[in-house]
Design a protein around this ligand. Structure first.
Ligand code: AMP
Length: 420
């Protein structure tokens, strides 16, 4: 029978890799908790309408990339392609938003039916934050500072690309000017771009086609249409970033692929990754809560792609075991199993692996070595009769010693406290 494979674009994460991914996740969780953010979890599946109403009917995600299916009772459902919509839905549904300020973080898997390639999967993990009820530039700055701290802890320094999309009126005026401008060159546009001109002209700004890139040089700029409020917001944000010495690159063509943003938008970019170089991005979405049926509430957030962050790191997995236990008979096994339970209880964090399926001393020692453990505890008939174990270090030059069972926990606690 043919062997089944994982679905294209959806990858298994094997133990060594999972350990590295868990470290990355912990960095972001710690960064968010350090700013007083709280965790929220929401379902992998939502009604399709949620994403259509939030992300936008004419975005690539909703038009081409969602995993949409009919439930058994005929309802249209979709696997979540991003986190903001579900987070807002949950916050409205459970009354987290009115008259409150909320700072939330989430971590989980998302699904987009894109063409799989480096940095582009069909199932991928994101870490994100969402904030509600705060409208000033200081909350935009706060999430960027939180991001900066995460990057620092990972030893990364992606470029922060920053832009403002102004308010909806300013953007509508800009959109009209862009349509007028690009319509004059319609015959030079590729099919996809001609379609975008009709449905979502702002998306022309991140088109990869050479003709658009050339035309953009002379295209109308939103910056020239911004009113006092939009300018003050953006300047306020820049002042805080400057005060903290956070570098950023002003990026007037950054529009992001989702419809719900206003004012601030940003992306963290690591050029060395090649075509899919955005590690994450976000911005303000002050209209979305109302659009999804809640009371008008200012909001801002970001999401990061954990697979792409992993690509930037040279991390290696470390051993999963500290102590390996080798028994040379049935009575010895029972005694060691009890010792293992006591060690795990008395030395929190100590990773103790018990050998299974006895085997010869040689084969058990081979398994011990393979596990990466620093030390082995061996119990044969003699040790059992003396209520002791032999402690043998597998790495380093420490001498092997026989230790009474009553004393072994203290010795190991001391050893592992000093080696970390
Ligand atoms: P977005 O909200 O689409 O900008 O996504 C935020 C981040 O998630 C991106 O910057 C990527 O790091 C990551 N991401 C988005 N789509 C994918 C994908 N198909 N595969 C892997 N990572 C992705």
């Amino acid at each position: 029978m043919s062997r089944l494979q994982s679905v294209r674009g959806m990858h298994d994460v094997l133990p060594d890799e999972a350990q590295i991914r868990r470290r990355i996740e912990q960095v972001w969780i710690d960064a968010a908790c350090g700013f007083g953010y709280e965790e929220i979890r929401f379902p992998l599946v939502e009604s399709t309408a949620l994403f259509q109403r939030s992300i936008g009917e004419t975005t690539d995600i909703v038009e081409k990339e969602m995993y949409t299916f009919e439930d058994r009772n005929g309802e249209s459902l979709s696997l979540r392609p991003e986190g903001t919509a579900g987070c807002v839905r949950a916050a409205i549904q459970h009354g987290l938003i009115p008259n409150r300020q909320q700072r939330l973080w989430y971590l989980g898997s998302f699904f987009r039916h894109e063409r799989p390639q480096k940095g582009r999967l069909r199932q991928f993990d994101q870490f994100g934050v969402e904030t509600f009820g705060m409208c000033g530039p200081d909350i935009d700055a706060e999430i960027l500072l939180l991001g900066w701290q995460g990057w620092q802890r990972l030893g990364l320094s992606p470029q922060l690309m920053l832009n403002t999309l102004g308010n909806p009126d300013e953007r509508a005026a800009w959109r009209r000017q862009l349509v007028d401008y690009f319509s004059r060159f319609e015959s030079q546009l590729e099919d996809d771009d001609r379609r975008r001109l009709k449905t979502n002209p702002l998306r022309l700004l991140d088109s990869k086609s050479k003709s658009i890139q050339d035309l953009l040089e002379e295209a109308p700029r939103l910056e020239d249409l911004l009113g006092a409020e939009s300018r003050a917001h953006f300047e306020g944000l820049r002042e805080i970033l400057d005060a903290h010495g956070i570098d950023y690159t002003l990026s007037p063509r950054l529009v992001r692929g989702l419809d719900y943003y206003d004012f601030t938008v940003f992306e963290w970019v690591e050029e060395s990754l090649g075509a899919q170089s955005a590690l994450g991005g976000g911005g303000r979405y002050d209209r979305l809560v109302e659009q999804l049926g809640g009371r008008a509430t200012p909001a801002a957030g970001f999401a990061l792609g954990l697979e792409r962050i992993r690509e930037c790191l040279e991390a290696e997995a470390v051993a999963a075991v500290d102590i390996y236990l080798v028994a040379l008979g049935g009575g010895e096994t029972a005694c060691l199993r009890a010792l293992a339970m006591r060690l795990r209880q008395e030395i929190p964090g100590l990773r103790v692996r018990m050998n299974m399926e006895e085997g010869s001393m040689k084969s058990q020692m081979r398994r011990a070595d393979k596990s990466g453990a620093q030390a082995v505890l061996i119990m044969g008939a003699e040790e059992l009769s003396q209520q002791s174990v032999t402690l043998k270090f597998l790495r380093g030059s420490e001498e092997q010693q026989t230790v009474l069972l009553d004393n072994i926990a203290a010795i190991l606690a001391e050893h592992f406290a000093s080696t970390g």
